[in-house]
Write a protein that binds this ligand. Structure first.
Ligand code: GSH
Length: 314
């Protein structure tokens, strides 16, 4: 794990010392947008864009789900990096198809030779302008939700106008406490920083479970972006976060409503194909040697994801 400084790779772990042991996530460095409008710099064209993802990563997982559900698989190519993220950061198993690079930091440098920042997945690459459009998953999924509709004919909407306020509110609540909350537990380097994150996480999961007792989805009557953003954390929870990140007050399997909700989302056609528990477990347990120095990857747990979710009556 490391970062680029002026285009040079440095093998460094997260700096928690300057934040009282707290893990603080760095903002993404590439924030352009694909737009379906005349004269757009990044226009929605078939075959023009390429995604670099890790199947382990919850942020990258969001983009794979949207690529699948929005019918973008034949329009946007994908390179899946290896699950092990060691001294050189994310690496390819085979030379990636655009430049033959073996390391993701070479892709960042290809876009910006003097780049300074972390080298994260997902990355949305533009083959025409030879640059990174975006490395921010929350924005990539918005682009996938709308901007290719004319090309694909798929008008499914995960950010409908009528529910936007609710979706935004849930996103703003879930990101710090749950999505990033599990990382704030796992990467904390002081007891206090860990406990603060832990209590916020489980208070939030309790609140979500209560909400989902009465509502089938987070916002509105259909599955929205807020649900998919929560899902990619929930699906990793029992396999990784409970043990590796010490989020062990309860498992998702112990939450009646959250568990059924997670299963319903997992059972949406196509979604299980985007979920890879080998990559998920191998990445976290093998790569974070500061947390798990033996790099032994647990065999369990046995997950029950295909049984009836029991949410139809809501
Ligand atoms: N804000 C980014 C966060 C992406 C992110 O942090 N990805 C992790 C993988 S789960 C990563 O690549 N980490 C490498 C690093 O921090 O060096 C997004 O949502 O797209």
């Amino acid at each position: 794990m490391g970062k680029l400084v002026d285009g040079v790779w440095h093998d460094v772990w997260y700096d928690t010392k300057s934040n009282d042991g707290k893990f603080v996530r760095e903002d993404a460095g590439f924030r352009d947008w694909i737009k379906n409008e005349p004269g757009a710099k990044f226009a929605p064209e078939s075959g023009r864009y390429h995604l670099y993802v890790s199947l382990a990563c919850p942020w990258a997982h969001r983009t794979l789900i949207f690529r699948k559900l929005k019918g973008l698989e034949s329009h946007i190519g994908v390179t899946v990096v290896c699950p092990d993220m060691m001294g050189e950061g994310w690496q390819m198993g085979l030379p990636e198809p655009l430049f033959g690079h073996m390391r993701l930091h070479q892709i960042y440098n290809q876009a910006k030779p003097n780049y300074t920042g972390r080298v994260t997945v997902p990355v949305l690459w533009d083959k025409k302008l030879n640059t990174i459009v975006s490395n921010e998953s929350s924005e990539i999924i918005r682009m996938f939700n709308y901007e290719f509709n004319e090309l694909t004919g798929n008008t499914d909407d995960y950010y409908p106008q009528a529910d936007r306020e609710m979706i935004d509110e849930w996103n703003a609540y879930i990101y710090p406490h749950v999505n990033n909350g599990v990382y704030r537990c796992g990467f904390a380097t002081t007891q206090d920083a860990y406990e603060e994150a832990y209590h916020q996480l489980f208070a939030s999961l309790d609140r979500l479970d209560e909400h989902l007792a009465k509502h089938r989805y987070l916002a509105g009557k259909t599955i929205s972006e807020a649900d998919w953003r929560l899902f990619t954390t929930l699906i990793r929870f029992d396999a990784v976060y409970v043990g590796h990140f010490k989020c062990n007050k309860k498992r998702i399997a112990d939450y009646k409503h959250l568990n059924g909700y997670m299963k319903e989302l997992y059972q949406v056609p196509g979604v299980s194909e985007t979920t890879d528990f080998y990559h998920i477990k191998r990445h976290y347990y093998f790569s974070h040697t500061g947390i798990n120095p033996t790099q032994v990857v647990p065999v369990g747990p046995d997950l029950d994801l295909d049984s009836p979710h029991g949410r139809d009556s809501l």
